[in-house]
Design a protein around this ligand. Structure first.
Ligand code: NDP
Length: 400
């Protein structure tokens, strides 16, 4: 049916590409283009003889908008799936606009020199995408991504209005290292060490980093400590959920992870301000990334499960109602299937699904739109089909 250009060849791309190859009716041809071509070739090699999807590879620096535009024009895909880093989002959006091709990503833009992310930079492309008759689908990972699809689904099928959303992200995987991050360490540490925030009564409430802690008993996992973080889907859900009063996002962290993180912060290793080292400028956080275990190497070692989902409270037919939608994913099973652990898996599968719905024409909404603005039903069906089945509860434990 179509052709996709996938940018990036890291942990998430590895899963998304394998899932495209399981969905060859939609992804007849793909090109994997990234900074290090050898990584693209390795994924292509792993798929040889195992799929009907025809795979090509290319070297590209996605920050070189002219070269990227030319690559997109030459390959002429039906969609570009951006699985590089958030720093590249705007450059890839520029190139898609110039080449006239729809755009999909999993994380919102973040300038490299400011640990701050928000949608405003990408929403500023709305008019240009709309006038060009192009869809830009923002945030098609798990969170953001599936969590927002869950919200759209809950609103469509379970509620007249949703007043409270708690997004709970639990990773109970154990990789056996004293300290490692499950995806790109630079992005992960920037997110966790930033101030927290939540949305309440029409405004942001800011907290100190990891100031708010709760304990939750996760289905299939058990009791875990979780902390309130700022997270990007709060910003768009606050606009798109009628009647919303509060949205919070919690992520679980173990005591060992937090102790290491505090220590690294205290000695300045998580700073993104460049320093001079032996006459050369280095960014401490980038140096830290270079000495930490590569997230891709955690796959074979990680055991346990993830549970990510949303608890909704609102009204149906005038009555108060609660509803919990979640997915449980097993690290070892993900690794057996794709060679990556569950964090990459839970992001790569929805990235493929979002791109497939754009590529096959099911989702078409000109302009730049976050995922809850689209019909959730086809996406929810594909989650069950491609390895992320969802579960529901009408009487969940609530977070106070
Ligand atoms: P990785 O660091 O493993 O992979 C990033 C890939 O992008 C690498 O192959 C890298 O190339 C490539 N890349 C970086 N810069 C450029 C550039 N200028 N031009 C071309 N390619 C480039 O990251 P992950 O796979 O873990 O994450 C991918 C994305 O997914 C990130 O944006 C992350 O924020 C997002 N994410 C979203 C989640 C969600 O639920 N929504 C959860 C987890 C991640 P090289 O190999 O040369 O370094």
């Amino acid at each position: 049916m179509g052709r996709a250009l996938i940018i990036g060849a890291g942990g998430v791309a590895n899963v998304a590409i394998r899932k495209c190859c399981q969905n060859s009716e939609v992804f007849e041809e793909i090109m994997i283009a990234s900074r290090t071509k050898a990584k693209c070739d390795a994924i292509q090699g792993a798929m040889e003889g195992k799929t009907k999807t025809k795979i090509e590879t290319a070297e590209i620096d996605a920050d070189d908008v002219l070269r990227l535009t030319k690559l997109i024009q030459d390959y002429n895909p039906g969609v570009v799936l951006n699985l590089a880093l958030p720093y590249q989002d705007l450059h890839i959006m520029d190139a898609c606009l110039a080449a006239g091709v729809p755009y999909v990503d999993t994380a919102n833009y973040e300038p490299e020199d400011t640990a701050h992310f928000e949608y405003s930079w990408q929403w500023a492309y709305n008019d240009r995408y709309r006038e060009a008759g192009l869809t830009a689908l923002l945030g098609s990972g798990f969170d953001p991504g599936v969590t927002s699809v869950f919200a759209a689904y809950a609103l469509k099928h379970e509620f007249d209005e949703i007043n409270y959303i708690d997004i709970l992200d639990c990773n109970a995987g154990d990789h056996g290292y004293p300290f490692a991050t499950n995806f790109n360490p630079e992005i992960n540490i920037r997110e966790v060490s930033a101030k927290g925030s939540f949305w309440e009564d029409g405004r942001w409430v800011e907290t100190e980093p990891l100031e708010i802690k709760r304990v939750y008993n996760f289905p299939e996992i058990g009791q875990k400590d979780m902390y309130l973080l700022h997270h990007e889907e709060i910003e768009s859900l606050a606009l798109h959920m009628p009647g919303i009063k509060r949205i919070r996002f919690f992520m679980t962290f173990g005591e060992s992870y937090l102790t290491h993180l505090r220590c690294l912060e205290n000695v300045g290793m998580t700073s993104i301000k460049p320093i001079l080292f032996e006459g050369k400028e280095i960014v401490p956080l980038q140096f830290l990334k270079a000495v930490l275990p590569d997230p891709a190497s955690l796959g074979p070692r990680t055991k346990g499960k993830t549970n990510i989902g949303c608890i909704f409270r609102g009204k149906k037919d005038g009555k108060e109602k609660t509803y919990y939608l979640y997915n449980v994913c097993d690290h070892q099973e993900c690794f057996k299937e794709t060679g990556s652990q569950a964090v990459a898996y839970t992001t790569g599968v929805p990235a493929m699904i979002g791109a497939s719905l754009i590529l096959n024409g099911t989702w078409k909404l000109y302009g730049t739109h976050t995922i809850e603005e689209f019909d959730p039903d086809p996406f929810m069906e594909e989650l069950n089909r491609f390895g992320l089945p969802w579960q529901e509860s009408h009487a969940p434990e609530l977070v106070d």
